[in-house]
Design a protein around this ligand. Sequence first.
Ligand SMILES: Cc1cc2nc3c(=O)[nH]c(=O)nc-3n(C[C@H](O)[C@H](O)[C@H](O)COP(=O)(O)O)c2cc1C
Length: 381
Amino acid sequence: MSKLLEPVTIRGVTMRNRAVLSPMCQYSARHGVANDWHFAHLARFAMGGFGTVIVEATGVVPEGRITYGCLGLWDDAQVGPLARIASFLAAEVAVPGIQLGHAGRKASTALWYRGAFDETPEERMAGAFEEWEPLAPSALMHAAEPGPSGFKRPRAMSAAEIEALPGQFAAAARRALRAGFKFVELHMAHGYLLNQFLSPLANHRTDEWGGSRENRMRLPLAVVREVRSVWPEDLPLAVRISTVDAVEGGVTVEDSIALARALKAEGVDVVTCSSGGFDGARFSVGPGYQVAHARAVREGAGIATMAVGLLGAPEEAEAVIAEGAADFVALGRPALDNPNWPLHARFALGGCEDPYGEWPKQEGFAIRNMDRALKARMFQS
Ligand SMILES: Cc1cc2nc3c(=O)[nH]c(=O)nc-3n(C[C@H](O)[C@H](O)[C@H](O)COP(=O)(O)O)c2cc1C
């Protein structure tokens, strides 16, 4: 029996399995508002059998978007289109999740699929183009040069701006709740604002928000506390971290275990263990390249973890859960490649009498008929 594909309950929410659609920016919103692209993109993963589907990094304030094409939840007008998505995900039995974030000094960059600010004036008009001055713990640029992505020198946040941030996250979490989401992941990874506060690489502050590890963790923990206070007790809260910055002088596994312990004490249920995000990060990438981090945090902090990163082989994803390295497996690119990944993994991993019954009812019977005619999968003699 597959451990990966069996149901799991956190707080009051039951996921049909431990396969999670990892949040993936689509750079396709205007003014932070979701549209049919986001609906179609996300719907297929619910139809494809993922237990939880997490909407891309969604800015809690306009200047917190990574690009002008990223989603936002700073305005009530942004709730409706996301509610339509959450409702469809839930109807297809996927737990609707959303990632809330602030890009800090990595905000106002080029749409990643373009790689540069090369839009024509017409495209700028159509896409509601914007550029703005990013905010950060310290006025340090992400990279030595702006490069084609257009990194900008940020302005160091004032104490008042820092103190306002937890409330901005909480307001977005309230809107996420109104939209029908049941799972929130706070983005503290990939060199974005909260990772910038956590890391000595980006945080050179000399006040209570910088310096010691305790001071660098102060704002991320304040954000969690404020979000947890508005996010219902019976709904799970996750945090995505870069377990290592993978740059000399940056965050280490030991720092991340200390952080995960503190997150747990604030009511976080799951830590997603990613890595990197700072200029010059060096780590080797291959199948399951971040699983060891998920295991280290799970064992070191005694908290549930989500592994992510090139886990598209069902047997490898299964082993992550079965061997106790993590409690969830998140898939990004392998899910884009095959939105029906969990449905197909059922056949690969076995242990289920009627895998066709897990397809949407409109489709499962037809797939069964096809396999019967082909003597394929469950009909192999
Ligand atoms: C197109 C794209 C957009 C992404 N956007 C986000 C995002 O919004 N938030 C996030 O935490 N990670 C984001 N990521 C990282 C993925 O969630 C995932 O952690 C990473 O791709 C490694 O997993 P994979 O090998 O399964 O793709 C993105 C990745 C891709 C490919």
